[in-house]
Design a protein around this ligand. Structure first.
Ligand code: ATP
Ligand code: ZN
Ligand code: MG
Length: 302
């Protein structure tokens, strides 16, 4: 049995994660949620004085905004759409017949105006663009959302529905790259406070297809994405628990995000993978929170 399976099995046995029969779709125990809540309070402590505007969106977003984002160009393999039955009574009869005989009953489902949110910041850009030019001080936003990615896996750190806490910064190139660097430093400091050894490395997104390879190389060469890595299921391939992304003026141009002087805003976002951070804590300090080092417990619960 490989390491991944056994950590997942131990999480199931301890009740921290609850098996639903689907890889990457788990219930979480009260204890697991308490660790996430405590870590989010730590994020608030580190980021609280920056004065970010908090916003919470549901885990589904406007399909038109999703289409405009270009997500289907880059990551069609990860997207999840919400479909519904929109038929007549007759259609309903054949739907039920289909189910009865075990045929594909989903064929007649129609796309709704909602798609599952792929990253917490996606609903933000069109929302802010609608407000008009950004103030002189730029924009800083605090987000958290369940996100969906169709990447079923036995690795408990790769889930299909998971929570991402994000800060998003909009402003000049200098302003947003300073923001990104500040959070890289804070990320290392925060993980140290909870007893986790980390490394930071340049990274790339899994752009689809052959053309995507070039996009990925370009992203790496330009240092547009960094990850904070912690070993969870493998020491050789540590898991990205935070990511630090500089979008240059790509989102500013796409969404029409402008600064007070009319120039296009640069943007950057930093994301915390909340389940991954909780899993890193359980992996390193054990499944019983009462046994965690007192310094770690103090950092999380005071
Ligand atoms: P990976 O390289 O592991 O697929 P990613 O580069 O796709 O990660 P991002 O798109 O940068 O991740 O998302 C921000 C954060 O969300 C990641 O740093 C990670 O902590 C978390 N995350 C991403 N995908 C998952 C997933 N499938 N399950 C749980 N957490 C995830
Ligand atoms: Zn983001
Ligand atoms: Mg990924």
């Amino acid at each position: 049995m490989d390491m991944q399976t056994s950590f997942l099995d131990r999480l199931f046995e301890s009740g921290l994660l609850i098996d639903t029969g689907i890889d990457g779709l788990y219930g979480r125990s009260g204890q697991f949620e308490d660790v996430i809540a405590a870590f989010e309070r730590l994020i608030d402590v580190f980021g609280g004085a920056d004065g970010a505007e908090a916003m919470r969106f549901p885990p589904g977003m406007n399909r038109a905004f999703f289409e405009k984002s270009g997500y289907m160009k880059s990551f069609p393999q990860l997207a999840g759409t919400v479909h519904s039955f929109c038929g007549s009574e007759l259609d309903h009869v054949s739907l039920l017949q289909c189910m009865e005989v075990g045929e594909d009953w989903t064929k007649g489902q129609e796309a709704t105006d909602i798609v599952l949110t792929p990253a917490a910041c996606y609903p933000l850009y069109p929302t802010i663009a609608k407000r008009g030019n950004l103030p002189k001080t730029g924009g800083l936003f605090d987000l958290q959302s369940y996100c969906f990615r169709h990447e079923p896996s036995k690795d408990p750190a790769r889930q299909q529905l998971f929570r991402m806490r994000e800060y998003v910064c909009m402003g000049t190139e200098q302003h947003v790259t300073d923001f990104r660097q500040r959070w890289m430093d804070r990320g290392v400091e925060m993980m140290k406070a909870v007893g986790l050894e980390v490394t930071i490395d340049v990274a790339n997104d899994p752009f689809f297809g052959r053309a995507g390879k070039m996009l990925a190389n370009n992203q790496r060469d330009q240092n547009l994405k960094f990850e904070l890595l912690i070993p969870i299921t493998s020491a050789a391939n540590p898991t990205a628990c935070m990511s630090f992304n500089y979008h240059q003026d790509a989102f500013g141009t796409k969404w029409g995000l402008n600064l007070e002087d009319g120039s296009v805003a640069h943007t950057a976002c930093v994301g915390f993978g909340l389940e991954r951070i909780a899993l890193a804590l359980f992996h390193h300090h054990g499944l019983d929170v009462k046994q965690w080092p007192s310094s770690v417990r103090k950092a999380l619960w005071g």
